[in-house]
Design a binder for this molecule. Structure first.
Ligand code: COI
Length: 357
């Protein structure tokens, strides 16, 4: 299925932000969007690129009532030789289909959407910031559109992709963040939807996030939903702790997001000969490690966050400083390496990069 392209009238083009220091995250959207619809019996159809516009949705659209939706997040970079680069975007589309499966949404054709995505990025490539650390964030979304209030999977869907220039996800940039460990709320439970990239997981995190923010912590570290002790993830990123010579992250238990950056970190650390384990570990292990000095560093990983060093962990009224509140050695090395790859400079040993232009 070829993608039809309807370009924005030159007079309606939006101004492209040029002050990259003020980009923030998720505030600006480029001139075009990709869309297609699904109907039972017909499948996905009418892939096209159109000028960015509001959606026309029935107020009874099922996504608005029961949250049947999935999304993704990926980035395009303006890098070496003024090229346009993307990082592991097909892995994101594959994960989108896994999320679709959990949310009973029909899967997309990855190759076709991948081509449409590239066309969108190329069409709006002027929007990709020319500054390392900034990128074009790309947000595919699938929503249930049946105008129906009974609870069942929708029979019609809208898939769309929007994009926009972003800077660092956290206002701190690449600097250590303090994270608040929630022992009051849970994000997800095994058997639930925690491993799907779907709106409900983010909605579930908002109250805890707001309460943490009021106490001065930008992010919440989630413990498992049953025993409230195993480290899971941060909601906007996966998390790694280094104890002695071992870097540890939670295994994919079903309640955490299988991050593409998480997987990249694991592969890179293994390649560098650094021991990395996906195993269960508890908040008590973190505190014990902080107290006996074996915990030397912690960091989060995610598409939006890239690598985010953790400067302290706050649990049950106590602050536990990590790496003297500074950026650890491995966090710095991973950050530098990922950026160098993503901007087309480093050697792409794993075949993660695609140059679009
Ligand atoms: C991402 O890292 O791309 C995310 O989707 C996290 C967050 C912005 C929701």
């Amino acid at each position: 299925m070829a993608t039809e392209i309807k370009k924005v009238d030159p007079g309606n083009k939006k101004p492209i932000p040029t002050d990259y220091s003020k980009l923030g995250f998720g505030l600006h959207f480029s001139d075009h969007m990709y869309l297609m619809e699904y109907e039972r019996g017909r499948g996905w159809h009418s892939p096209r690129i159109e000028p960015y516009r509001p959606l026309n949705l029935d107020p009874a659209a099922m996504v608005l009532h029961y949250g049947q939706e999935v999304f993704e997040g990926m980035k395009a970079y303006r890098g070496k030789d003024d090229g346009v680069y993307m990082f592991r975007y097909l892995d994101n589309l594959q994960r989108l289909n896994r999320s679709c499966n959990r949310m009973v949404i029909p899967p997309i054709d990855i190759e076709q959407v991948g081509e449409g995505l590239k066309e969108l990025v190329l069409l709006d490539q002027e929007w990709i910031p020319k500054s390392e650390g900034c990128s074009l964030y790309i947000r595919p979304n699938v929503i249930a559109t049946d105008p129906f209030l009974g609870v069942r999977p929708s029979e019609t869907y809208l898939f769309y992709i929007i994009a926009g220039p972003v800077g660092a996800y956290y206002p701190q940039g690449f600097n250590p963040v303090s994270i608040f460990v929630s022992d009051k709320y849970v994000r997800a439970v095994q058997g639930g939807i925690g491993e799907a990239k779907t709106a409900g997981n983010y909605a579930a995190s908002l109250l805890a996030q707001m309460e943490a923010k009021e106490k001065g912590f930008p992010q919440v570290l989630w413990l498992d939903g049953k025993e409230h002790k195993y480290i899971e993830e941060v909601g906007t990123m996966n998390i790694f702790f280094k104890f002695g010579d071992e870097v540890v992250t939670s295994p994919l238990t079903g309640s955490i997001l299988p991050g593409i950056t998480r997987d990249s970190v694991i592969q890179l650390l293994r390649k560098w000969g650094i021991k990395v384990s996906e195993r269960l570990f508890t908040i008590d292990d973190v505190i014990a490690g902080q107290k006996d000095g074996s915990l030397s560093e912690a960091f989060g990983s995610g598409t939006a966050a890239v690598i985010s060093p953790v400067g302290s962990v706050h649990y049950q009224g106590q602050d536990y400083q990590v790496a003297d509140g500074k950026t650890g050695e491995i966090s710095q090395r991973l950050y530098d390496h990922l950026l160098s790859l993503q901007y087309g400079k480093g050697e792409d040993e794993f075949g993660w990069m695609t140059r679009l232009a």
